[in-house]
Design a protein around this ligand. Structure first.
Ligand SMILES: [Zn+2]
Length: 151
């Protein structure tokens, strides 16, 4: 699943669990596994997919970073929880930038294997992925700003 969607889910979780950042982190990790096991966009893991994957990954990476800024910026008073939720929700995808930029994968092989086995990817699901992004970004935006006015 796009990392932008994991960021948005993590921010929502962090806003809801902002008083317990460690729990927000753990639930963020769980959300990653749950979301990756649902049908989502992805390409066959073959060399021919590499260029297209990289093209999407660059845009998704920039969108994900922008989402972190936009969602944590207004999270005054609850920012540690929001960032903990985002960190947990995105942790398992560190393999992609780590391999691309450093040619290394810090994720233990057993965890990496499990993460790859649960994927339910298909290349025709990008529209659904973007619709999910819009919904999750809207939801997390509401939760983050709601807490800001309540603090
Ligand atoms: Zn993943």
């Amino acid at each position: 699943m796009l990392v932008t969607n994991h960021v948005a889910a993590g921010a929502a979780i962090g806003a809801l669990l902002h008083r317990r950042p460690a729990l927000a982190f753990a639930v963020g990790v769980a959300s990653h596994l749950a979301m990756d096991s649902l049908p989502h966009w992805g390409l066959p893991r073959v060399p021919e997919s590499h260029d297209r994957f990289l093209e999407v990954a660059k845009r998704d990476g920039v969108a994900g970073l922008a989402a972190i800024a936009v969602l944590s910026g207004p999270a005054r008073g609850i920012r540690p929880g929001v960032l903990a939720g985002i960190a947990g929700a995105t942790l398992l995808d560190v393999d992609k930038p780590a391999r691309h930029f450093f040619d290394r994968n810090p994720v233990p092989a057993r965890v990496q294997g499990f993460h790859e086995r649960i994927q339910r990817e298909a290349p025709h699901r990008m529209r659904a992925e973007i619709a999910i992004a819009a919904g999750l970004l809207g939801l997390s935006g509401i939760l983050v700003t709601r807490h800001r006015s309540a603090v």
